[in-house]
Design a protein around this ligand. Structure first.
Ligand code: OXD
Ligand code: MN
Length: 586
């Protein structure tokens, strides 16, 4: 029986059911009893495996199809009415044509299955930031994962009332055919259709699809921002908590930074770090003219390999109960393991495909993109403001990437507009972890390249416009934890030691410390970054803060080439910033 009288919801569910033809429709109410019944059903079919209740209470393992283990950017589309509104960095197809193609695939795709109707909120239900969505899916894995990743359940219908203002998500695993896999966004219809995948990033539609791609379009229309950013609070020994939001491309340590453990000398002085979010930030202008942020999600969908007691004890602790693991190793005592969790792989375990695994043959036990889906409230350093419907005030925006030589450890932009330029030229060098050439520079503006639901040129203009509306904009910084020496070894220790850089950033935001003006922006004076206990000496810090003109001239040429893709959508202001940089380098 339907849980709402909202005629827009009912009509749409009927239409989608007429197309996909499920045997039955189940309306998800968010209750623990209903979820428990679904988990039991999924255990009976092998879709979920119950883990050791003593060590991992309420935890399950899920294995995705081996051909379906990651987001598929080449099969992800933004079907705006006009191609130029999707821009040069998105796949596009005429929406009419795409609907026709997808109707062909969805027709009868749920035959013999159940369609679950999943109401969810991105943000605290009823908060000024909140947006609502309904996902129709034929996957129990999706239902139970959405219950972790979002605020899900019948209260969403109460908040929605009879409004048509909800994001319509349709997902079917269909037959998991990679050739007919599509992740498609229709921004003008607030609609997402995802088919032939069961992998989280493609099918938990509240996350990348709604909270970034669709929300980026809505936020431009409505005057706010949807960003691929972590949010963290830094509490100083005086008890003041100051917040920053930070964007990094993948494989740059975003989750580790979001849950940073300060070095011992800082902890002794009373410094603390609070995690508000690890992946997505929605930002609005507050009455005070500052930018305020919420994390619209309710859980973490984190990469498992590399997560350990040493690298990220907070993330590990978050996964110790009520968590779903995907594509990790199953040990003989029914717990989980992945590369980098401990030094010694378990014996007698099954690999991510469920096959007996012999670590000595050199194969990986967990898939490199294996994941945990964990409740945010499990995290020991979750911010007391996590559920604050007003969000937290942002003092700093931090961009970053992985650069061996070019970018210094940290620099500050001259103002908001220069900061937008710094975000627009974000880039990362490829690592040996991925296939393809190592050290190739890949531009990923604001870490939004795969997530911006409209033309990136318009997106930059929106950033510039937001600055004009902010009486008190955050200061904008760029960091690089990945400078190397001539042997290719990292010279900055990273992880918790990054606290030393965050301290400088916050001091700059509150005018508590000076800086040196350089060609690319403001740099720390070497004596202003605290080094006691870091293992880094002042001379090394000088190297970390150095700016090589020749490399930056080459960088300017590369940026110019990248910018050319955007034609007349490239904001004039960014062109000017590039000219200023070019001139300063001469
Ligand atoms: C993620 C991603 O999964 O950015 O968060 O790919
Ligand atoms: Mn992400």
């Amino acid at each position: 029986m339907s849980l709402t009288e909202n005629e827009h919801v009912i009509k749409w569910v009927q239409e989608m059911a007429a197309m996909t033809q499920p045997d039955r429709i189940v309306w998800i109410d968010g209750s623990e009893e209903q979820l428990e019944e679904l988990r039991r059903e999924a255990m009976a079919t092998g879709e979920l495996i119950k883990l050791n209740e003593e060590y991992l209470p309420g935890c399950y393992l899920h294995r995705s199809d081996p051909n379906d283990v990651a987001r598929v950017e080449d099969r992800t589309f933004i079907c705006s009415e006009k191609q130029e509104d999707a821009g040069p960095t998105n796949n596009w197809m005429d929406p009419k044509e795409m609907y026709k193609k997808l109707r062909g695939i969805f027709t009868g795709s749920m035959r013999g299955r159940t369609m679950y109707v999943v109401p969810y909120s991105m943000g605290v239900v009823g908060s000024p930031f909140a947006k609502y969505g309904i996902e129709l899916t034929d996957s129990i894995y999706v239902v139970v994962s959405m219950a972790i990743m979002t605020r899900m359940g019948r209260e969403v219908y109460e908040a929605l009332g009879d409004s048509p203002d909800f994001v319509k998500g349709l997902h079917s695993k269909a037959d998991l055919d990679p050739e007919r896999r599509y992740i498609v966004h229709f921004p003008q219809d607030n609609t997402i259709w995802s088919v032939n995948s069961g992998y989280g990033g493609n099918v938990l539609l509240g996350k990348k699809c709604f909270a970034l791609r669709i929300a980026s379009v809505l936020s431009r229309k409505e005057g706010w921002m949807a960003e691929h950013m972590l949010i963290l609070g830094i509490e100083n020994p005086r008890g003041e908590v100051r917040y920053l939001a930070a964007a990094f491309p993948s494989a740059c340590g975003k989750t580790n930074l979001a849950m940073l453990v300060p070095p011992e000398i800082y902890r002794k002085e009373g410094w603390k770090v609070w995690c508000v979010g690890d992946d997505i930030a929605w930002l609005r202008i507050g009455h005070d003219g500052r930018l305020w942020a919420v994390n619209p999600e309710f859980g973490f969908f984190g990469v498992a390999p590399g997560t350990s007691e040493k690298s990220n004890p907070n993330a590990l602790a978050a996964t110790r109960k009520n968590t779903i693991f995907t594509n990790v190793v199953l040990t003989a005592d029914n717990t989980v393991w992945w590369e980098g969790m401990t030094d010694t792989p378990p014996r007698g375990a099954l690999n991510w495909k469920g096959e007996p695994w012999d670590p000595s043959d050199g194969s990986k036990g967990a898939h490199p993109n294996s994941r945990f889906t964990a409740p945010a409230l499990n995290c020991p350093c979750i911010s007391p403001e996590f559920n604050n419907p007003q969000g937290v005030p942002i003092s700093a925006i931090v961009f970053g990437g992985r650069r061996a030589k070019t970018a210094p450890l940290v620099y500050q932009s001259r103002d908001w507009y220069h900061g937008v330029f710094v975000g627009s030229i974000m880039a990362s060098e490829t690592t040996a972890a991925a296939t393809g050439a190592v050290g190739v520079v890949r531009r990923d503006p604001m870490a939004m390249l795969p997530f911006c639901g409209y033309n990136m040129g318009d997106y930059w203009q929106h950033w510039l416009d937001m600055g004009s509306k902010l009486k008190n904009p955050p200061k904008v910084f760029n960091v690089n934890w990945f400078r190397t020496d001539d042997q290719g070894r990292f010279i900055w220790p990273g992880f918790g030691e990054n606290m030393r850089v965050l301290e400088w950033i916050m001091a700059r935001c509150f005018d508590e410390i000076g800086a040196t003006e350089a060609t690319i922006g403001y740099l720390p004076r070497p004596e202003d970054i605290r080094l006691e206990g870091s293992g880094v000496d002042r001379d090394t810090l000088r190297v970390l803060l150095s700016v090589d003109r020749e490399l930056w001239r080459a960088e300017c040429r590369d940026i110019r080439e990248f910018y050319e893709k955007f034609g007349d959508k490239l904001p004039q202001k960014l062109k000017e910033e590039l000219e200023i940089l070019d001139t300063k380098l001469d």
